[in-house]
Design a protein around this ligand. Structure first.
Ligand code: HEC
Length: 303
């Protein structure tokens, strides 16, 4: 490594930091899948699960599931999440009996597998379904995408299991501000772009501005790329009754809660992963100290 190399590195670091702080006003985020369209501002929200020490708020996950069940589940599936996951550590941690009962009464049932002869049972030509168990996935109302589109005017409500990972936002601003922001995001362990987009989407229903005509069956949404979305606004203030009366029954609160729940669904091992990260750092620290003393000792004979 030459001196020039190091001065170069220092200069880049300083520039990046300086522009990161200075560039604040001119920078913002818009959804990645807004290809070509005008940029959309997506605000960053505060999340309990953000950052290197982030944890889910158990009660919020439970409320979020309630919102999913009472509102979103009438159109969207959650097929990569199994009923048993709702009981496990790190998630909403409902008690097992109530989840069993919930699974048994879930509206869309499970296609039964083959019997011991390998024959798939049918009744009057249709496949037979059975109630869900803890070991079954949380299905949406439709058996397949064609059925979903037929019922939803041609639009497809995507499965929500991985939606907070499948959506992201991108940075708009100067290149140096970008580098500064990137470094800060690395330092803070920032990973909540998908959740920020989802919150903006759910709270983004507005009357269309003057001069905008919506296509048939479309709704105006400030956060959705192109601003015309086939999904109707899923809730209004008061539409979900939370048990805890201290929690506001507002669109903003419902959106926060269901987004936190979907962030857990997409990353059910988040808490375990973050905890493990700290253990690994501790392990590396201890190893480094041991290696330092071992090195001192080994080399001490070479005077
Ligand atoms: C009445 C049916 C219906 C309900 C209820 C509903 N959605 Fe949707 N949703 C749709 C449809 C249809 C689309 C596809 C929209 C499109 O492609 O224009 C969609 C799309 C989405 C998308 C994808 C947006 C994108 O960026 O592509 C997300 C995320 C979403 N819904 C979340 C939710 C959540 C969370 C809830 C519950 C709070 C919910 N939806 C309730 C019908 C519904």
């Amino acid at each position: 490594m030459t001196l020039a190399h190091w001065t170069n590195r220092l200069a880049i670091g300083a520039l990046a930091l300086a522009s990161g702080f200075a560039g604040g006003a001119a920078t913002f985020y818009s959804p990645v899948h807004a290809a070509g369209g005008e940029p959309i501002h997506i605000e960053r929200q505060e999340w309990s699960f953000a950052g290197v020490r982030g944890r889910f708020d158990r009660e919020q996950l439970q409320r979020g599931f309630q919102v999913y069940k009472e509102v979103c589940a009438s159109c969207h599936g959650l097929k990569r999440v199994y009923f048993r996951n709702l009981v496990e550590r790190g998630g909403p941690m409902f008690d097992e009996e109530s989840v069993k009962a919930l699974a048994a009464s879930w509206p869309n049932q499970i296609f039964d597998g083959p019997n011991e002869n390998g024959d798939i049972a049918t009744r009057r030509g249709a496949l037979i379904k059975r109630p869900a168990l803890l070991s079954d996935p949380i299905l949406g109302p439709y058996d397949n995408d064609k059925q979903a589109r037929a019922a939803q005017n041609g639009a497809l409500p995507p499965d929500l299991s991985l939606i907070t990972k499948a959506r992201s936002v991108e940075f708009h601003g100067g290149v140096f501000a970008h580098i500064g922001q990137m470094l800060m995001d690395i330092a803070n362990g920032y990973q909540e772009a998908g959740a920020n987009y989802l919150y903006a989407l759910l709270t983004g229903y507005k009357d269309p501005p003057k001069g905008v005509t919506l296509a048939d069956g479309m709704n105006y949404n400030a956060a959705f790329p192109g601003h015309q979305i086939a999904m109707v606004a899923p809730f209004v203030d008061g539409s979900v009754k939370y048990q805890n009366e201290a929690v506001p029954r507002t669109v903003s609160q419902y959106s926060k809660d269901v987004t936190a729940f979907l962030a857990w669904a997409a990353d059910p091992r988040l808490e375990e992963r973050k905890r493990m990260g700290w253990l690994v750092m501790l392990y590396l620290l201890v190893t480094a100290v041991l290696l330092y003393f071992a090195k001192k000792r080994l080399w001490s004979t070479l005077h």
